[in-house]
Write a protein that binds this ligand. Structure first.
Ligand SMILES: O=C[C@H](O)[C@H](O)COP(=O)(O)O
Ligand SMILES: C=C(OP(=O)(O)O)C(=O)O
Length: 359
């Protein structure tokens, strides 16, 4: 059913339609959380929090496609990743990227929720259902899941399945997103700005840690006043920027000093993609090698992000797409992903020895 805005001629001049969506409560009722999935979500959150607080010495690794566009390919990726996560469980805490919302610099496909048909048909109700069903399957494999929160309404539909979330570089300065982060039930990584500005993200951590009151949507889909406690597990993600990368030891140390100066723990997550790889997926392995070296040396990198899918590279959306290849930013392929996880895991015993000898 599509409702035209005939009753509102004064403020509907640039709106073509308002189409009702299922309420968050209805979608959660249709697609309830299984006990296995709930366990994966809880464990994923608790382990991530412990790593960020320095109570668990493993490395957080957030890895997966830049965006999900083909749920079956994502299921295959998830099954493979679950096996790798189990293999490295004593050294790495692996969270799968399940990014359904894409922020765009100008315009472009905005992700599976916004346009699941990849054809401009914008069947958001189907997008929400598809996303939730996929997350339930992946969490059912025991995998903790991570995503970027972009639209402030989306969390009501999906946040119960998320173990780690992000506020992206394009929204780190947004009050709406900082408020949202203050009420989310999982650790939230906030990225430095696209221009490389770390200060905006450090400010965002302070805002996210504080309680807020703001307007939102209730589980029944009505307008509501949301009040929050603040998110003590919000943390900084270094993702590089237009001025260059910031994954190197000196940039990490400067960021940690800026965090400590504002009363936050001096630990960071570093994204090997985006500004740190100049959006060239072939550069991600060199960034990961640098981060593995920093881990082995006992440095304050608590987590690493990698954009990875079944097949390396990226492709345009169109009729002859390769299964398992990204339609947004370029990703490393599966074999490289396995090698990068091995490399990160290999650094951990060296780090543990170093930390033990230091004590
Ligand atoms: O992560 C994906 C992209 O970097 C992000 O969505 C921005 O993409 P764009 O600059 O191509 O719009
Ligand atoms: C959009 C993303 O990152 P950033 O906000 O760093 O550009 C992403 O991780 O998909």
């Amino acid at each position: 059913m599509t409702t035209l805005l005939e009753s509102s001629p004064l403020d509907g001049t640039r709106t073509t339609a308002v189409t009702p969506l299922p309420s968050p409560a209805l979608l959660r009722h249709e697609l309830p959380v299984s006990a296995t999935a709930a366990d994966a979500v809880r464990r994923g959150r608790a382990d991530t929090e412990a790593i960020l607080r320095g109570e668990d010495d493993r490395l957080l690794v957030v890895v997966g496609p830049c965006s999900i566009h083909d749920p079956d390919a994502a299921r295959e990726y998830g099954a493979r990743l679950a096996a790798e996560a189990a293999r490295h469980a004593d050294r790495l805490h692996v969270v799968m990227r399940t990014y359904f919302e894409k922020p765009r610099s100008t315009v472009g496909w905005k992700g599976l929720i916004n346009d699941p048909g990849l054809d401009g048909s914008f069947d958001v109700a189907r997008g929400l259902r598809t996303a939730r069903a996929l997350m339930l399957d992946l969490a059912g494999l025991g995998l903790p899941l991570g995503c970027e929160f972009l639209d402030p309404i989306t969390p009501q539909y999906l946040a119960d399945l998320v173990s780690w979330g992000s506020i992206g570089a394009r929204t780190a300065a947004s009050q709406v997103h900082r408020q949202l982060a203050s009420g989310l039930s999982m650790p939230i990584g906030i990225k430095n700005g696209t221009d490389g500005d770390v200060g905006v993200a450090v400010d965002a951590l302070g805002a996210a840690a504080a309680p807020h009151a703001f307007m939102g949507v209730t589980p029944e889909g009505l307008a509501g006043l949301i009040t929050t406690t603040g998110n003590a597990d919000a943390h900084l993600i270094l993702r590089g920027g237009s001025t260059g990368p910031n994954h190197d030891e000196a940039s990490v140390a400067a960021a940690c000093a800026a965090l400590r100066a504002k009363g936050h723990p001096g630990r960071v997550v570093v994204d090997a993609s985006h500004g740190n790889s100049g959006k060239d997926h072939r550069r991600q392995p060199a960034v990961v090698a640098d981060l593995a070296r920093q881990r082995a040396a006992g440095g304050p990198v608590a987590g690493v992000m990698v954009e990875s899918f079944l097949v390396e590279g990226r492709q345009e959306i169109g009729p002859d797409m390769v299964r398992g290849r990204s339609v947004t930013d370029g990703c490393v392929g599966w074999d490289t992903t396995v090698a990068l996880l091995d490399e990160l895991a290999a650094a951990e015993p060296i780090r543990r020895d170093r930390v033990r000898n230091r004590a």
